[in-house]
Design a protein around this ligand. Structure first.
Ligand SMILES: Cc1cc2nc3c(=O)[nH]c(=O)nc-3n(C[C@H](O)[C@H](O)[C@H](O)COP(=O)(O)OP(=O)(O)OC[C@H]3O[C@@H](n4cnc5c(N)ncnc54)[C@H](O)[C@@H]3O)c2cc1C
Length: 463
């Protein structure tokens, strides 16, 4: 058995940022299912939002709420916006280089549903630039051990307190990690979908384990579909994203007759609906996106990797529009956490895409995810240290682990995938029935559905 003070499950920006914000005298173990670079944080293209100056506060707040259909947790939004400058400064101190304008000032771009330019970027590889620096900084820390190709199989839990995790090591052997605190930073659920921009191994494991252990959940069915991913008939590992900032900088969407059919800067969910409607009307499998409406210099300086991918796939964005189609992209819901990233289980935190503090509401505003992940990862680190004196230990719980239930990895993965998909479906159905009933008036909502919908709104009822 391994012993550590703090176990972090996941090496994306949320897991790494948590580690960097913990004191150096704590022993930290980070495990990751794949190699350290294979996580969605490395894929982020568009950028990271920041409060440029206080005069943009109201507008940024309102844009986040409007995109989220006003279902956002307002305190979470306030915390995220007010903490943004500190996070950006920390990243710059870590060596992250954001794009600067000709005068040497930080440059900002814009994406759909943003009223103003407030997104920092590094070409179209902002996530890679940020996460590679975080990873390098973590690797420098003598108190941190990083174990790649090591999968968390389950929480080790008794009486709603988490004592660590069951893991499968790179050599396939099952083991346990005893930790004072465990942090779920396991990313999103894209691997459960046929078409997704996410890495295939991101299958909502943290959420599945939370369901298995009866943790409180939130907005479990709030899954974001990105309106524009590169359409191809070739079987692909994951869908390639055509970043929203491409539309933010002026790219246009066309139907089968090469005519514009929508406002390209609609929030993601509304634009996805518009594209799907147009595809149905046209009887096509994709629509077209024209990058030639972005000035040449800007197009090549800002989006070199997107252009390279299109060329590789046989389309030259300098000469023709490219085919795009919506695909699963992001998970707004997940394991319920408070504003300090605590889950409903003692000694267990959740950060990043796995966690849901309500900041995104029903639909995430572009480029709020990297920021939110790191803001609330920092808060988890702070809160955890403040509650160290209350840590409980239980050796007995490790002696009673039944490892046989984890031997068949494939069967366990299927079980976990099934748990998450069923929970999403159940919540989706309850929400649809509730919305239909509300349209017809309050008297039409049967009492059984009243309780189903209350459970969704107050998931504490599950604990
Ligand atoms: C193509 C693309 C473009 C994006 N562009 C932007 C953007 O421009 N701006 C923005 O703000 N956001 C963007 N996002 C979203 C953003 O990248 C993610 O939401 C964010 O990086 C999530 O970080 P994370 O730390 O929660 O998860 P991830 O970075 O996905 O990391 C998850 C980690 O958990 C590990 N893991 C999972 N399960 C287990 C397990 N059972 N055991 C051990 N380890 C496990 C994985 O191996 C991985 O290391 C984009 C996402 C994609 C896919």
């Amino acid at each position: 058995m391994l012993h550590t003070d703090i176990l972090i499950v996941g090496s994306g920006c949320s897991g790494l940022y948590t580690a960097l914000n913990l004191p150096r005298d704590r022993k930290i173990l980070i495990i990751t299912k794949s190699d350290a670079e294979s996580c969605d944080s490395f894929l982020a293209q568009g950028g990271i939002c920041v409060l440029k100056d206080i005069s943009d506060y109201d507008s940024y707040f309102e844009d986040t709420l409007r995109a989220g259909h006003y279902e956002n947790d307002r305190k979470s939004v306030d915390i995220m916006i007010r903490s943004s400058q500190k996070v950006i400064q920390n990243l710059i101190d870590c060596g992250v280089q954001f794009h600067h304008d000709a005068k040497g000032q930080l440059d900002f771009t814009r994406e759909g549903a943003h009223s103003h330019k407030r997104i920092l970027f590094h070409e179209d590889e902002t996530g890679k630039e940020i996460t590679k620096h975080l990873l390098a900084a973590v690797k420098e820390l003598p108190n941190v051990t990083l174990m790649e190709h090591t999968t968390m199989m389950d929480l080790v839990e008794k009486d709603n307190t988490c004592y660590g995790a069951v893991i499968r090591r790179e050599n396939g052997k099952l083991d346990a990690v005893q930790a004072d605190f465990t942090i779920l930073a396991t990313g999103g659920v894209g691997g459960l979908y046929e078409h997704s921009t996410n890495y295939r191994h991101l299958t909502g494991d943290g959420v599945a384990m939370a369901i298995r252990h009866g943790l409180r959940l939130k907005d479990i069915n709030y899954v974001q579909i990105h309106p524009t991913t590169f359409y191809t008939t070739n079987p692909e590992d994951r869908s390639f994203l055509i970043s929203e900032s491409v539309r933010g900088e002026g790219a246009k969407l066309y139907d089968k007759n090469m005519q514009r059919f929508t406002n390209e800067l609609l929030p993601r969910d509304l634009l996805t609906i518009a594209i799907k409607k147009q595809m149905k009307k046209d009887g096509t499998k994709h629509v077209w996106e024209d990058l030639r409406t972005i000035p040449y210099e800007e197009r090549h300086a800002h989006f070199p990797n997107i252009i390279e991918h299109c060329l590789k796939m046989g389309y030259d964005p300098d000469k023709e529009p490219i085919p795009v189609v919506p695909a699963q992209h992001y998970y707004m819901g997940g394991v319920w956490v408070n504003h300090e990233s605590r889950t409903s289980m003692n000694q267990l935190y959740a950060v990043g895409e796995t966690a849901c503090n309500g900041v995104h509401g029903r639909n995430r505003l572009a480029s709020n995810s990297l920021l939110e992940s790191m803001v609330f990862a920092g808060r988890a680190a702070e809160d955890l240290m403040a509650s160290y004196d209350k840590v409980k230990h239980d050796q007995g719980v490790f002696r009673s682990i039944d490892y046989t239930q984890y031997q068949d990895e494939k069967a366990l993965q299927e079980l976990y995938a099934d748990l998450v998909k069923k929970e999403i479906d159940k919540a989706d159905k309850a929400m649809k029935i509730k919305e239909e009933a509300e349209e017809e008036g309050p008297d039409s909502l049967p009492s059984a559905l009243h309780s189903a919908s209350e459970k969704q709104q107050n998931p504490a009822a599950r604990v």
